[in-house]
Design a protein around this ligand. Structure first.
Ligand code: M6R
Length: 613
């Protein structure tokens, strides 16, 4: 994980770097640090957040128009000052920031120790900067060539920026397996580097997404990009679509709440312009360009982690119902280490908000090596997953900053619904009228989500009542079983309450033993073909004195006497019900977390983009 930012140009670097680090704090907040160059190399770092770094650098010399910074999610070594980046070489001349993992650092470190190096931190990163200096000393290679040579010895993933006191006109950045974006400033010689485009967007819209094994070298105000074999590369300069307002809280107390409330729009943006409900036609490149392939696929394998895996579970029902395809939904972290049997007529579809999840990338890579067609459904434009995919679709949810995924989930489900319908049309498994009727209902969903958001006040009252519960159970069936899983994940990740999601009927095979008068059970009991069965499951909970919070379809008062609380959500077709039913569960976890004084946007131990396995 970790976030990195760097700047070289004519302005003061400190403010640009620190502001950028704040935007990247979602990637980790165990420690933060900066390095500034102004004749000498000054480093300030602190355990904790970027605000702690600001506090400790108060009153110190912050001058310098070249600088870099890092916000850390600890992998190797505890989250303390010593392990905070930037790290220095043995002589203190070279400094590095790094996102990723150097897998062979132990071997490299042993060699360096034998050659007289000593280390301050427990990190893999410090080894790399020592190695660069060691190469410069022993082989007399230039600074740039020594970096290249060191990177050739590295096994693992990295996005790095390197500065050297003895080469003040240089800034070197490189990537392999971890993202790195370069912004090209408006004035000559001005460049911005960051783990994603959010720290860059307010200065320039012109960016280059570095590719794996590329090294960007700024020297005397000019930048060239080379590959690791020293061959000059022609960069592809892209125009950013991101704007600054999307990165602000816009009056909400937390990004998570803002993102929950953005869902009517983000869902709309996810389907806008992609189909015509009058003609049942799709305007999606992946469907248009891969039509022949998609018509003949025999199996769909969905890959993802966390919330994205839950979106995959919803999609399993959609693809089975609409496209009549056999579907498997896999945790990417498990799939990557199996020896899966894949055929060239399999479609593997990776789902990811960030597009940088290491396990998902590795699982895609495995699928590609085994000749499957690999699609991606992703939110972050230009990230690694879309670049590794043969085709796919962006979710267009806009930047999601809160670590707990909310709008990304509903946008993923929206796009997966379109893909399932599109493939159903290609395969002829649904008639045009039936497709059009789902499309028309999808067009109503933003309004229904808007209505579901109006439950907020009722949910605040409920949250107050149950904020001190030790455990929660979430139950759902069919399309709403993944919604139960997602409700439980949201609650545990931001409020630290233990919660489990279960298929309602599975409860009697174990979890029912947990139920007593202290156990709140949230049951998704909206209209569906399993409604009566879900009501029986509610009876089972009530018979054991459990507390039931039931999500029911608007107008259904039949459970009022049976359950403890009822939340009425707008009616929709079962296929699309996860899009509406997820909303109250997101609000419930949000309010409980706020009432428990938890850091909603940056929950402990988590990071938004899990770029390590
Ligand atoms: O960026 P991705 O969608 O690939 O991330 C996958 C998970 O890390 C992510 O969904 C995680 O579970 C969220 N914190 C859930 O809210």
């Amino acid at each position: 994980m970790c976030g990195i930012v760097a700047y070289i140009g004519h302005r003061e670097a400190f403010d640009i770097v620190v502001k950028g680090l704040k935007r990247l704090e979602y990637r980790g907040y165990d420690s933060a640090g900066v390095a500034l160059m102004n004749g000498d190399l000054r480093i300030y770092k602190s355990q904790g957040k970027v605000s702690d770094l600001e506090a400790i650098s108060e009153g110190k010399d912050k001058s310098g128009s070249t600088g870099m910074g890092h916000t850390r999610w600890a992998t190797h070594g505890a989250p303390n000052n010593e392990n905070a980046h930037p790290h220095l070489s043995q002589s203190g001349d070279i400094s590095i920031i790094h996102n990723g993992i150097i897998e062979n650092y132990v071997t490299l470190k042993e060699g360096l120790i034998q050659r007289g190096h000593s280390f301050i931190s427990d990190t893999d990163t410090e080894v790399l900067v020592h190695l660069i200096e060691d190469i410069m000393e022993h082989s007399k290679l230039s600074f740039v060539d020594a970096v290249r040579s060191a990177l050739k010895q590295v096994v693992g993933a990295y996005a790095i920026v390197i500065l050297s006191k003895n080469h003040p006109e240089h800034l070197i950045a490189a990537r392999k397996g971890s993202p790195l974006v370069v912004g090209i400033g408006e004035e000559r010689g001005e460049y911005f580097f960051a783990s994603d485009a959010t720290p860059i967007v307010e200065y320039t819209k012109k960016v280059i997404y570095l590719k794996d094994n590329e090294i960007a070298i700024v020297e005397n105000q000019e930048m060239i990009i080379k590959n690791i074999e020293n061959v000059v590369q022609a960069p592809y300069i892209q125009e950013l679509e991101l704007n600054l307002e999307q990165l602000e809280k816009g009056g909400y107390p937390h990004f998570m709440l803002k993102e929950i409330y953005e869902q009517p729009k983000s869902i709309f943006d996810s389907f806008r312009g992609r189909f015509n409900s009058a003609t049942s036609e799709f305007h999606m490149r992946s469907i248009e360009e891969y039509g022949d392939k998609l018509k003949d696929i025999k199996r769909l394998i969905l890959l993802g982690c966390g919330t994205s895996w839950h979106a995959g579970l919803v999609a399993e029902y959609l693809f089975e119902d609409f496209a009549r395809l056999p579907v498997e939904v896999e945790y990417a972290s498990e799939f990557r280490y199996r020896n899966p049997v894949l055929y060239s007529d399999d479609l593997v579809l990776a789902i990811s908000q960030s597009g940088e999840t290491a396990d998902t990338l590795a699982a895609m890579d495995l699928a590609k090596r085994k000749s499957a067609t690999v699609f991606g459904v992703c939110n972050v434009v230009g990230s690694s997953i879309p670049r590794l995919s043969d085709a796919g679709a962006y979710t267009h949810a806009g930047p999601e900053i809160g670590v707990a995924s909310t709008k990304a989930f509903t946008s993923q489900v929206t796009v997966l619904t379109l893909l399932a319908l599109g493939i159903a049309r290609l395969r002829g498994t649904m008639n045009i009228k039936a497709i059009a009727s789902v499309m028309r209902e999808l067009e109503q969903i933003p309004e229904k989500v808007e209505k579901a958001l109006k439950l907020n006040d009722e949910i605040i009252v409920l949250s107050e009542k149950y904020k001190n519960a030790q455990n929660f159970l979430f139950l759902g069936r069919g399309y709403n079983f993944p919604v139960a899983l997602e409700g439980a994940l949201k609650l545990k990740e931001i409020s630290y309450i233990h919660a489990e999601g279960y298929p309602a009927a599975e409860m009697k095979h174990g979890p029912i033993a947990l139920i007593d008068e202290n156990m709140p059970v949230v049951v998704v009991a909206t209209n569906s073909e399993h409604y009566e069965k879900v009501v029986s499951n509610i009876q089972e909970v009530k018979a054991r004195k459990g507390i039931v919070i039931a999500l029911v379809t608007e107008g259904n008062t039949s459970l009022n006497d049976l359950v403890d609380h009822v939340l009425e959500v707008p009616e929709t077709i079962e296929y699309l019900s996860p899009l509406v039913n997820t909303i109250p569960l997101q609000l419930l976890s949000y309010h409980i977390a706020v009432m428990r004084d938890c850091n909603v946007d940056q929950p402990r131990n988590l990071a938004k983009s899990v770029t390590v396995e």
